[in-house]
Ligand binder design. Sequence first.
Ligand code: FEO
Length: 420
Amino acid sequence: MKISPVTDGIYRLSANAENILFEGLWPIPNGVSMNSYIVQGEKTAIIDGVCGWDGVPETLFSQFGEAGIDVNSIDYVVINHMEPDHSGWLEEFRCIRPDFVIVTGKKAVPMLESFYGIKNEVIEVGDGDTLDLGAGKILSFAEIPNVHWPETIATFDTDSGTLFSCDAFGSFGAISDAPYDDQLSPEQIDFFEAEAVRYYANIVAAFSTPVKKAIEKCGSLPIKIVAPGHGIVWRRDPHKIINDYRRYADYQKGPARDEITLIWGSMYGMTEKAVAPAVEALESAGAKVHVHRVPESSWGDILASVWTSTGVVLAMPTYEYKMFPPMAAVLDELGKKKVQNRKAFRFGSYGWSGGAQKELDEIIKRWKMNWEFLEPLEFKGSPGGEDIDTIRSRCRELARVVNKDGWYTPGIKKGDYCIS
Ligand code: FEO
């Protein structure tokens, strides 16, 4: 856990969480950082906190001293978002400093009581409200509901132009001694972009419309630094992560990048026999392909992959008159995240009766996913030579469709456009 100065009067405190399932659900193979920020005027505020995983928040508290900050000097605790990865330290903090004032959004107030039994010493803030810390430090607040929960607000330091955005503009990925974009190599920035995509697809994706509204609202602010609750702080190029998030939000309704994700599952190897020819056909047609097997691959990886792909190939057998269950579970999750308007193709084996295709059609309809499928191919038992030829042909066709539709405007590659 580290403390470092972000800019004049602002410190970043952070702990890495590793070897956990984020939200009790999502694998985070590269960990995640949990960030808090201290803003010092004549009065002192701490913005967000960190969950009580493994020695946190005790290590957070120990860093106050390192920064020369007396814990008793903290006047305000700003809670941007009530999810316990940010608010879960309040009970411990109350043990060492009982008389602080919480500043938070209106919808967070009843949650403070139900989560932690906190009923008083709360200032409710909404759009345009400010908190004057003295010495030129004035915090203003903006409601950004559903990024990620309905009560979420963002806090903006009008003096330095620092936006404390909590989950918005965050990423997975533990952070060592270099938490700022101006300290990182292009390769390290690429790493955090990949972690941002997975974070977005896993945690924020279902709320892509609110994300766009939040970007629009925050766009009116003179932002010089983006300081999220997870991930690196953007000082050199704060608009990069804002533009990245705008693009990720657009991926929900597609098209996304000119890439294809192939998800497959197989019981006894019948469907599997057609997977390698399908991948070979896609790649020979020039497609960039991501391959995931269910149930072995993590949902987190599959979601991130499909989120950024315009094309999807699904390969799975029928299982007890229905779809191979782990594939159905993944598709249900894609439906809940509102992954829409993909170009797709499905093939798979059956033993004595089909059923996978019927369930696939039901899932696509139930979640209003509006995926456009090439004609599916089902084969009895093992795929024959003609089946393989048909699968190859349809995969080449899918690659062609994805490439053809893979442009927003001539000369600008899908997924690479940028608004600033
Ligand atoms: Fe990082 Fe929605 O909490």
